[in-house]
Write a protein that binds this ligand. Structure first.
Ligand code: ADP
Ligand code: ZN
Length: 299
């Protein structure tokens, strides 16, 4: 009698500053259950996430592995006593919070743990805009600015992990008097281009700024400077720009044009810029796809 082998079940958590997006799937593209749990305090949120997975597992079966793509900064050094923790974060209540170990102890299954942007980058690498490309950078420009840098098909880590959102860019104070919104650095990249930075600078919601507003020319200027620094630093084959602010799709054309100007003919990529600076292939889903891929990689 033919028997079917039941598919393994993988759990994924895209842990963000506003919500924890939790999914269960048989692979990164086949999601059986999903829910969103608000990010309040670690005690409340982690317990609610754990309880949801316990409940689903009672109905669906045992979970094989869990992947967590988490807001940071994180301790990702396996040898560190604080591996799997969120370290010093501006997010109230969440500094020095153990994440990976909390779930590992409870479920006793392998747990993959990485930054939210590395999770999204992994999703894009497997199924999205970086499919078949091993060297690329995924940047999200939203509430904050973060980047996953992939080199030889793997996320780049180091002492911590790249924090590209906080690089410093030249700002001409005569042309741009906004001092920036980053709590740590003022006018770092995130302090100049994030959604909250746009809102503080122009005193209205970023989404309501019309396409012809000078906000977007300045935004494209800073994002083009960022792309130059990324191209010069990592020599990627592609730069993927995602996040809520990039819903302004007209920015892509402006960023590519300013990028070409700033590069001044130096080290321009072989391919057309439309293929070098691109939108995500999995808009809105790369995080949960990446979290499930982290689970499968951890097994
Ligand atoms: P998060 O960073 O919290 O994961 P998003 O990537 O969706 O979430 O980013 C949210 C930010 O993006 C908000 O600060 C908002 O101002 C900005 N944003 C959302 N939609 C738009 C839009 N259509 N145009 C410009 N900015 C937007
Ligand atoms: Zn900063």
């Amino acid at each position: 009698m033919a028997s079917t082998i039941p598919s393994k079940l993988y759990a994924g958590i895209e842990a963000g500053g506003t919500k924890f997006n939790c999914v269960i799937g048989t692979d990164p593209r086949t999601i059986l259950r999903r829910t969103k749990i608000a990010t309040t305090t670690p005690e409340e949120t982690l317990a609610a996430v754990k309880d949801w997975f316990v409940q689903q597992s009672l109905e669906l079966g045992a979970l094989s592995a869990l992947g967590i793509a988490c807001f940071g900064p994180l301790d990702l050094k396996p040898s560190s006593l604080r591996y799997g923790y969120i370290t010093a974060t501006p997010k109230a209540h969440w500094s020095n919070t153990e994440i990976a170990g909390y779930f590992q102890r409870h479920f006793g299954i392998p747990v993959g743990f990485d930054t939210d942007v590395n999770g999204s980058a992994l999703g894009e690498h497997l199924y999205g805009a970086a499919k078949d490309i091993d060297d690329f950078v995924y940047v999200t420009i939203g509430t904050g600015v973060g980047a996953g840098v992939f080199v030889n098909g793997r996320p780049l880590t180091g002492m911590v992990h790249p924090e590209l959102g906080h690089i410093r860019l030249p700002r001409d104070a005569a042309a741009d008097s906004f001092n920036g919104s980053c709590a740590f650095h003022g006018d770092c990249l995130e302090g100049l281009v994030s959604g909250p930075a746009l809102e503080a600078r122009w005193n209205c919601s970023a989404a309501s700024l019309p396409q012809e507003h000078p906000a977007w020319d300045l935004e494209a200027h800073y994002l083009a400077l960022m792309c130059v620094n990324i191209a010069m630093s990592y020599s990627p084959q592609r730069i993927i720009l995602g996040g809520g602010v990039m819903d302004q799709s007209h920015l892509f054309t402006a960023i590519r044009a300013k990028f070409a100007q700033l590069m001044s003919g130096y080290m321009l990529p072989d391919m057309a810029l439309e293929e070098f600076i691109v939108a995500p292939g999995l808009t809105g889903f790369s995080g949960e796809v990446g979290a499930l891929a982290l689970a499968m990689n951890a097994e």
